[in-house]
Design a protein around this ligand. Structure first.
Ligand SMILES: Cc1ncc(COP(=O)(O)O)c(C=O)c1O
Length: 457
């Protein structure tokens, strides 16, 4: 007999999360007490069925919506959110391609058996080695991010005797997303090439890059790429960016006779982090974006391109939770008369930097038992030497929270492990997948021996 986690029907927990009658929460039919006993804490726990369902959901929603307006779609799983060999395989088995952003991500995707042609490589400062690794793997697309990179990729392709398939990443001026550092299409930042004229009044950098890519025999210009930000909950930004990119594509066709085949609208689909938040619905967003693309195509009189998207967080974020053990519990009197209970856990900013970096909000619950104690205002903090080492800024936890309790933070599947560090020389937690009543380690816990092995003395 199972029932949903108290008061949190669905979001922000993965669909396999339930609280059993004995008060213990389970994920994919495995109790968190058993997970903690077998794998230790802290641990990233991934609900495989949830990941797969979200991957399928995005692929089906976009394929259906774009088929209705007469074109096709490729969904690239953005590996930067979390990439392990198994995760890349799950994505591929669910019909997704994989977007990588470094030589390391590329290597993991290749190790997983994803064919080069189903991979993309991003990056505003790719090394020669990364570009060569991508060319040698026969990647489907290199997304070029600057004018100089056009020359570099062309020269490296020539050195290998191949033609490099490229997309040009443009900044559309559309600004969307939760925090300035994760909003990537406004002008004052490092990514992409602007669609607005430069200071000299000449062609915008984006058009100059497209013209250069068309002219270079070592490059095959596949299309135009735009990514407007992350944790976006309003579809208007995607629609506005699609308009800008399709106009640019039509202008390039007018000037060169080359109508590029593909347009990538990037990732950034928002999820629920807190109870009551409403994530983007893939069916709705797919329909909205498809009809915006179809409307601009009709206005411009150009056949529609093949579309691609790159969701990361929306696939893996809700599928993950982080399991911690509570240590020190300390009530602190606030100036306004309230009391805040500081609940320290055995991890912190090294396994989830997002609260410190973006002021990201998360939700936590005691998961090893239920409690009838009055809830108290709590702040979940880590064990690092920083007062900003906050895991959950504000949450109500049972007043009898105590050392030894198991505590889980929801929706940490994206940008948790992938942004983790060894700050204070903590060892990074394992990634444990749970499915059908069993668990397996996808990435093992680091050990102090691993840290010492890197230090050559
Ligand atoms: C180019 C690009 N594509 C896709 C993504 C994935 O974004 P999200 O995980 O928010 O969907 C990012 C994230 O930064 C990105 O920079």
């Amino acid at each position: 007999m199972t029932r949903p986690v108290a008061g949190v029907l669905g979001a922000p927990w993965s669909t396999g999360v339930r609280r059993r009658d004995d008060g213990v929460v389970e994920v994919g039919e495995v109790g968190v007490d058993a997970l903690a006993a077998e794998h230790g804490t802290p641990a990233y726990v991934l609900d495989e069925a949830d990941f797969r369902a979200r991957a399928r959901g995005y692929r089906t929603a976009f394929a259906t919506a774009f088929a209705e307006v007469g074109t096709g779609v490729d969904v690239y799983y953005a590996g930067k959110a979390l990439l392990t060999v198994a995760v890349a395989r799950w994505a591929r088995e669910e019909g997704l391609r994989v977007d990588t952003a470094s030589g390391g991500e590329l290597a993991v995707a290749l190790r997983a058996g994803v064919p080069g042609g189903e991979l993309g490589l991003h990056g505003n400062n790719k090394s020669d080695d990364e570009i060569l690794a991508a060319l040698d793997a026969g990647v489907g697309r290199l997304i070029v991010d600057s004018l100089v990179e056009i020359d570099r990729v062309a020269a490296l392709a020539a050195s290998r005797g191949v033609v490099a398939p490229v997309m040009v990443r443009v900044t559309t001026g559309v600004h969307a997303g939760g925090h300035e550092y994760i909003s990537t299409a406004h002008e004052d930042q490092k990514f992409g090439l602007s669609v607005n004229p430069g200071r000299d009044g000449g062609d915008p950098p984006a058009m100059r890059a497209l013209l250069a890519a068309v002219e270079r025999p070592e490059l095959h210009l596949l299309g135009i790429h735009s990514h407007i930000g992350s944790q976006i909950l309003d579809p208007a930004g995607f629609e506005a960016a699609a308009r800008v990119v399709l106009r640019l594509r039509a202008e390039l066709a007018e000037r060169t006779g080359v109508l590029v085949d593909e347009v990538d609208l990037g990732g950034g689909y928002g999820i629920a982090y807190l109870p009551g938040e409403v994530p983007l619905d893939p069916d709705r967003i797919a329909k909205d974006v498809a009809s915006a693309v179809a409307a601009v195509g009709a206005e411009l009189g150009t056949p529609l391109p093949r579309i691609s998207i790159e969701p990361g967080r929306a696939i893996v974020g809700p599928a993950g939770l982080t399991l911690y053990t509570v240590g020190t519990v300390k009530p602190v009197a606030l100036d306004d008369g309230r009391v805040r209970t500081y609940v320290s856990v055995d991890g912190g900013m090294s396994d989830n930097i997002r609260p410190a970096l973006y002021e990201a909000q998360y939700h936590a619950e005691l998961v090893g038992r239920s409690s009838a104690a009055e809830p108290v205002l709590a702040r979940v903090v880590g064990k690092h030497c920083e007062s900003g080492d906050i895991v959950v800024h504000e949450v109500q936890l049972p007043g009898d929270v105590r050392a030894g309790d198991l505590l889980a933070v929801a929706a940490t599947g994206a940008y948790g492990r992938s942004m983790a560090s060894n700050y204070n020389l903590l060892t990074r937690p394992p990634v444990v997948a749970v499915a059908d009543g069993g668990s397996r380690v996808l990435v093992r816990r680091e050990t102090v021996e691993d840290l010492l092995a890197l230090d050559l003395g």
